[in-house]
Design a protein around this ligand. Sequence first.
Ligand code: FE2
Length: 315
Amino acid sequence: MPAVTVDDLTTLARLSQPGLGDQPRPVLQVTTAPHGYEGDGFPVRRAFAGIDLSLLDPFIMMDQMGEVEYAPGEPKGTPWHPHRGFETVTYMIDGVMEHQDSHGGGGKITNGDTQWMTAGSGILHIETPPEWLVQAGGLFHGIQLWVNLPSDEKMVAPKYQDIRSSEVALATSYDAGSLVRVIAGTVGPQAGPGSTHTPMALVHATVEPGARLDLPWNKDFNALVYVLNGDGTVGTTSSPVHTGQAAVLGAGDYVTVAADGAQESRSPKLDVIVVGGKPIGQAIAWAGPFVMNTKNEVLQAYEDFQKGNFGHIPG
Ligand code: FE2
């Protein structure tokens, strides 16, 4: 269950109902995320695998990390690795992750916190569970989203934003049946704390069984709905979606997500990530940890990395 919850949804600001003439976004495609392993072997679902990059634009990929209940000794992270040309957004729903980078930055993200890392011109970093968690085991669940940067911002200086769970903007649907957490961007009257190079919005919503969420969505943004857990439907045609599935939506004014009346007892509510942004519309050359515009720029990134131009691993 997500760490950030609200006992009484009726106390929250309410999103308005769609107005007369507002169009719901149609479902263009539903995909199922394959399982994989990241870093030193933590389980992930590749949320947007199988979706064309032109439909994802401005996003490159997203991993659902876990949800996994680690036994003692099991928690794993990543080794030191580089990035260039985009931003990584790590949202911890449950659990703890520590990070460190080649510019001397570091910190801890836990239970509802988000770390927004602009890799820009280049950074080395490591993401690991703290030692006490490795020994004790525990719950680990989050997402990591890769947001592309436009060509003229790919080489900006690296930067972090640490967004604490208490800063996330909370709202509920007009019928108080959903908890909407706005991490970045503006959704209806709610503005999330994340500041983005590429205009976008990132929302984590928990929908009560049988409830429907109509989420106002910027007309200029694309829209993707990813099911973290639970069963429901998306769009006005009520396309069924289940844990680990992503729906690509077409143009319109709002996103509609409904939770089935009956949910599995291990995840009694429907949890979705809704993400969208203004497409960048430029060529993408993506290899491993580098997202550039041309193959030559990717080769340059590998060369710069090998020369040590991304900084050095702290002793
Ligand atoms: Fe990374």
